[in-house]
Design a binder for this molecule. Structure first.
Ligand code: CO
Length: 297
């Protein structure tokens, strides 16, 4: 069995690096031999404990490996709750800091970290501060760069809109509603959901965006759907994975699921249980962001 460092040893390694980082100490690696270049990719997602959600992660990983056949790809899940749940089932996932510490230990010199988030919200900014921390370690990586989430630049909004419109099932008739369920957040980046909602409405007035935890909410769009007299609505995730929110809040049997709320209003629903990362057209927008940062490594 290969000898691996313990969590404790990795923590010591990272702490020493941080301690030795500031200016006067920064000549640390000048004394040693320059390490040979070793490039790697770290994919970072919130994570999901639903086995079905793995389809999204597997698809992204396959796209990334196809684009970078020679580059080792590692994963990190940011949700501690999900990591613990998976750990109980014998599936081990690292946090971002742990995954990066291990990559440092394995001798990676250049790392592209790719956010698999949908918007640059609180989780993305947490990820950025971890990446910045590793960047400041003098005995760490030579270069570490972070790729933007799905929606960041204005052209992403157009690309995502067009790709998402193409994922709507062909059976859907023009007058029927489509509701994309986004996560939503208290973070100012919630505005990305509002921007997407507006953008969809410009293309097709029967396509809506609702969010679980931000705005627009389902209530915000219910009146408009009812006013149009629509009897059918397609419920589709605007989340990378079809996990807990999709299977319970969107399409679950509970009285407060979107499916049940719409049924109470006499609107029949068709739920699509597929995360956005399962569609290559959308996965490739994340991949574009990764290719962009990788080219600057
Ligand atoms: Co949530």
């Amino acid at each position: 069995m290969p000898k691996t460092k313990t969590v404790f040893q990795l923590v010591i390694l990272v702490s020493l690096c941080l301690f030795l980082s500031p200016g006067a100490w920064a000549h640390g690696h000048a004394h040693g031999h320059k390490k040979p270049d070793k490039r790697g990719i770290l994919l970072v997602a919130f994570g999901s404990s639903y086995p079905q959600a793995q389809a999204s992660f597997e698809n992204i990983e396959a796209r990334v490996k196809k684009a970078f056949p020679q580059v080792p790809v590692r994963w990190a899940y940011t949700s501690r709750i999900i990591r613990h749940k998976l750990n109980e089932k014998g599936k081990h996932y690292d946090s971002t800091a742990m995954a990066l510490a291990k990559m440092m230990d394995e001798g990676f010199t250049h790392v592209a970290v790719q956010s698999l988030h949908t918007i640059p919200g609180a989780e993305f900014h947490d990820l950025r501060s971890i990446v910045t921390g590793f960047e400041s370690m003098s005995c760490g990586f030579e270069k570490i760069l972070l790729g933007y989430p799905l929606l960041s630049a204005p052209q992403d909004l157009v690309a995502v809109r067009d790709a998402m419109l193409n994922t709507i099932p062909e059976e859907r008739k023009a007058g029927e509603a489509v509701i994309f369920m986004g996560h939503g957040t208290h973070h100012p980046s919630n505005a990305f959901y509002q921007a997407m909602a507006h953008s969809f409405q410009q293309e097709d007035p029967n396509v809506y965006v609702g969010t679980v935890e931000g705005s627009p909410s389902l209530e915000d769009i219910l009146d408009r759907i009812e006013d149009k007299g629509t009897d059918t609505a397609y419920l589709m995730p605007f989340m990378s994975v079809a996990g807990d929110h999709v299977r319970n809040d969107m399409a679950g049997p509970g009285a407060d699921s979107w499916k049940s709320i719409l049924a109470d209003k006499g609107i029949r629903t068709e739920a699509v249980l597929k995360g956005t990362a399962e569609y290559n057209t959308i996965a490739d927008i994340w991949l574009d962001h990764l290719q962009d940062v990788f080219s600057h490594l």
